[in-house]
Write a protein that binds this ligand. Structure first.
Ligand code: C2O
Length: 344
C-alpha cells in the first residue's frame, strides 16, 4: 500500500545527535482543520519559467528578494511564513511523523522513490506562496545550475550579506567564486579549477546516464506503507545532491547547519535553488532516452503528503499529481546540458 499523508496531530521532535533547543518542526495545525484534495492550477494560468540563478536579471532579483523578505515578515505561526516553510522540510525528514497505522515506523521522504516527487511539490507550494506575496503569478524560483561550468560556485545572488537570500550559516571558505565540488566529501579537492570542472561534468554524466538506466537507479527504491525508511536513494540523490548540501553548510556548526543537515537545510534560501536543479534534472532525465520513464506502481502514484498552499489551506497531494510540470504551470530556462558528452 502507498505511504499515507501524515497525521499532523501526531508529531514528534526531530532526532539529532546534537539537538538544538528550538528544533521542533511540527506544522501549525488545529484538530478539525479541513483538508482538501489537490487540484492543479487552471490550464490558462501563466507558465512560470524558472531561471538559472547565475543568469537572473536585476528586475527578477528585486522581485525575488522582496518576496523572500515578505515571507520572513509573516507571523511565525502562519504556515506560509519562512519560519514555517523551512520546518516543512524538517518535518518530512524522519522521526517527526509516524506512518499512519505504523506507530513504530517513521515517514522519511529521502533515500527512496519519494525523494523527487516530494521535493517537487514542496517547491511548487513555496514558489506560489512567494508569488502570491508580491502579487505576481509569473514568479518563478531560480535554480542553482551546478551541472554547468558557470554554475559551479555558490550563486552570487545568495552571497550578498544585505540580501534576504543571504544566510550566515554556510562554509566561509566556499564563497563565490570558489569552485563547487560535486563529489565533495568534507575536504576541498587539491586540483585546479579546470580539472574540477572536468571531473564535475564526468560525475554528471555518470549519475544522469551510465548509472541511471533503470528507474529505480535514478528515482530511488520503492518505499511503501509498513516499510522501514531508507530503502535506497537514486543516483542523483546520492551525488551531487548530498555533497552540495554538505559543501554549502558551515563545518563549524554542530550539525553542519544549515544546508549540511536535513532538519535545518531549508532555513537557507539557497536550498530552494539547489532543489530547483534537482527537480530540473528529473525533468531532463525523462527526456534523455525513451526508457527513462516514471514508475507506474500505484504505491508510488498514490503516496500522499500534506502541504499548506498559498491561501494557507491544507492540501492533500499525491505523487500522481506532480508528474506533469506543464500541468503545474512551470518550466525551466533552457541552459543546455554540457555534461552530455562527458562520458568518462
Ligand atoms: Cu530534502 Cu536536499 O533535501
Amino acid at each position: 500500500a502507498p505511504i499515507q499523508a501524515p497525521d499532523f496531530l501526531n508529531c514528534n521532535p526531530p532526532d539529532l545527535p546534537n539537538t538544538p533547543p528550538d528544533a521542533s518542526c511540527c506544522p501549525p495545525y488545529r484538530d478539525g482543520t479541513i483538508i482538501t484534495d489537490f487540484r492543479p492550477p487552471p490550464a490558462s494560468s501563466p507558465l512560470r519559467v524558472r531561471p538559472a540563478a547565475h543568469l537572473v536579471d536585476a528586475e527578477s532579483l528585486a522581485k525575488y528578494e522582496r518576496a523572500v523578505a515578505l515571507m520572513k515578515q509573516l507571523p511565525a505561526d502562519d504556515p506560509r511564513s519562512f519560519e514555517q516553510q523551512w520546518r516543512v522540510h524538517c518535518a518530512y525528514c524522519g522521526a517527526v511523523f509516524d506512518q499512519v497505522g505504523f506507530p513504530d515506523l517513521e515517514i522519511q521522504i529521502h533515500f527512496c522513490w519519494l525523494f523527487f516527487p516530494w521535493h517537487r511539490l514542496y517547491l511548487y507550494f513555496h514558489e506560489r506562496i512567494l508569488g502570491k506575496l508580491i502579487g505576481d503569478d509569473t514568479f518563478a524560483l531560480p535554480f542553482w545550475n551546478w551541472d554547468a561550468p558557470d554554475g559551479m560556485s555558490l550563486p552570487a545572488i545568495y552571497a550578498n550579506g544585505s540580501s534576504p537570500l543571504y544566510n550566515e550559516r554556510r562554509d566561509p571558505a566556499h564563497q563565490p567564486p570558489f569552485p563547487l565540488d560535486l563529489d565533495y566529501s568534507d575536504t576541498d579537492a587539491n586540483i585546479s579549477r579546470d580539472q574540477l570542472i572536468d571531473q564535475n561534468l564526468k560525475i554528471m554524466y555518470r549519475q544522469m546516464v551510465s548509472d541511471a538506466k533503470k528507474r529505480e537507479l535514478f528515482l530511488g527504491q520503492p518505499y511503501r506503507a509498513g516499510d522501514q525508511p531508507d530503502t535506497g536513494a537514486g543516483s542523483v540523490e546520492n551525488v551531487p545532491h548530498g555533497p552540495v548540501h554538505r559543501w554549502t553548510g558551515d563545518p563549524a556548526q554542530p550539525n553542519r547547519e544549515d544546508m549540511g543537515n536535513f532538519y535545518s537545510a531549508a532555513r537557507d534560501p539557497i536550498f530552494f535553488a539547489h532543489h530547483g536543479n534537482i527537480d530540473r534534472l528529473w525533468h531532463v532525465w525523462r527526456g534523455l532516452r525513451p526508457s527513462n520513464t516514471d514508475f507506474t506502481d500505484p504505491d508510488w502514484l498514490d503516496a500522499a503528503f500534506l502541504f499548506y498552499d498559498e491561501e494557507a489551506r491544507l492540501v492533500r497531494v499525491r505523487v500522481r499529481d506532480c508528474l506533469d510540470t506543464a500541468a503545474l504551470r512551470y518550466t525551466y530556462q533552457d541552459v543546455g546540458l554540457p555534461w552530455l558528452n562527458a562520458r568518462p
